[in-house]
Design a binder for this molecule. Structure first.
Ligand code: G16
Ligand code: MG
Length: 218
């Protein structure tokens, strides 16, 4: 049966995209150009360093590697200030309930996030103890759609990838889970995440029975 569930963070457990947006927008404005919500959408699941490269490209600005390092650090300091004020009310609907029921059912849980701040966020919203393993951006070298982050999650839990279900809101993340040989639940629109084995609007639509049905399909 199902041995483990591995969760993406931003867009699945919490919505940190709003804080990333504010911090990137402040940086872009300081550099003299605008940054839109539509552009922010394209950064979901994308690493900090890669996000900055994309933003500088959109602004038509070139910076040395050293300057990019400084800019990424500056953005992260603003971002970290904001996430330190996060509260349990910011957990997305159904996430806490699902994590609780997985634990009660003896199904292991891991986080598989591109964020280097994942541990702080889980701690601030009060659900860090509900994860048996946390794999974050500090522990991976290849970004999604590479399956590394999810394979490391399975390894940390001591379970086979084929016995894992991944929850993802980004296309690259859905592809990463599939590339790792896992079942994938997409959180969002069917039209966008059609490569997933199942697409739902949010974790409130998921329970142990849905997961068992999914696991036993195909
Ligand atoms: C998250 C966000 C991305 C962000 C990345 C790195 O990914 O979706 O927008 O750029 O983490 O975050 P940090 O700057 O905190 O290392 P995920 O994988 O949790 O969806
Ligand atoms: Mg995400």
């Amino acid at each position: 049966g199902i041995a483990a569930c591995i969760f993406d963070l931003d867009g699945v457990i919490v919505d940190t995209a709003v804080y990333h947006f504010k911090a990137w927008k402040r940086l872009a404005n300081e550099l003299g150009f605008n940054f839109t919500e539509a552009q922010n959408e394209k950064l979901k699941g994308v690493s900090r360093v890669r996000s900055l490269e994309l933003i500088l490209g959109w602004g038509g600005i070139e910076k040395s590697a050293e300057e990019q390092q400084e800019l990424a650090t500056r953005k992260n300091e603003w971002y970290v200030d904001m996430i330190h004020h996060m509260t349990p009310e910011e957990i997305l609907p159904g996430a806490k309930e699902l994590l609780d029921s997985l634990r009660a059912a003896g199904i292991k849980t891991a986080l598989g996030s591109a964020s280097k701040n994942a541990g702080v966020i889980l701690d601030k919203v009060g659900i860090l103890p509900l994860f048996d393993a946390v794999i974050d951006g500090n522990m991976v070298s290849a970004s999604k759609p590479d399956p590394e982050v999810f394979l490391k999650g399975a390894e940390a839990l001591g379970v086979a990838p084929a016995q894992c279900i991944v929850f993802e809101d980004a296309i690259a993340g859905v592809q990463a889970g599939k590339a790792g040989g896992m079942k994938v639940v997409g959180i969002g629109e069917q039209s966008v995440l059609g490569e997933a084995d199942l697409v739902v609007g949010g974790l409130q639509e998921i329970n142990i029975q849905t997961l068992t049905n999914l696991f036993n399909s195909k």
